[in-house]
Design a binder for this molecule. Structure first.
Ligand SMILES: [Zn+2]
Ligand SMILES: [Zn+2]
Ligand SMILES: [Zn+2]
Length: 144
């Protein structure tokens, strides 16, 4: 078999090469089978074209550096904030209905609003009776 049987970085043989029997060709990372694949041991991905891992964002095959988030894969450049396009690999992120959003945008979009002034609250929050306020907004409406 003219298959690619060596690890691309250490050129170690991956499967029973040399016996004439194609024991296990690299390249079946999808589909639930093949538990023993080299990236666990070597921390890099195979470069076999048959084993394309699809980017969850653009749908294209991931080559080279790939980000794994939960059970999904992304190109590094594809793992960006849905709202502002900022690189999410750097900072934190939130998942909202399948969309990945940076912390700032998440706050902006889904964050807590002050019940008094209707602005978003960053930092300190005062909550009372199920409502939230800026600390400086939580004052007596009569005497201020
Ligand atoms: Zn992508
Ligand atoms: Zn953002
Ligand atoms: Zn306020």
């Amino acid at each position: 078999m003219g298959g690619w049987l060596g690890c691309c970085c250490c050129s170690r043989h991956l499967a029973g090469a040399g016996t004439g029997a194609p024991a296990r060709l690299p390249g079946r990372t999808q589909g639930g089978q093949a538990a023993s694949q080299p990236q666990a041991a070597h921390r890099h991905l195979e470069k076999s074209p048959g084993s394309a891992i699809l980017c969850n964002n653009c749908g294209k095959a991931c080559k080279g550096e790939v980000l794994r988030v939960q059970k999904k894969y992304f190109h590094i450049k594809c793992f960006v904030c849905k709202a502002c396009g900022r690189d999410l690999a750097e900072g934190g992120f939130f998942v909202r209905q399948g969309d990945y959003i940076c912390t700032l945008d998440y706050q902006r979009l889904y964050g807590t609003r002050c019940f008094s002034c209707d602005q978003f609250i960053e930092g300190e929050v005062v909550s009372a009776l199920g409502k939230t306020y800026h600390p400086h907004c939580f004052v007596c409406v009569v005497c201020r």
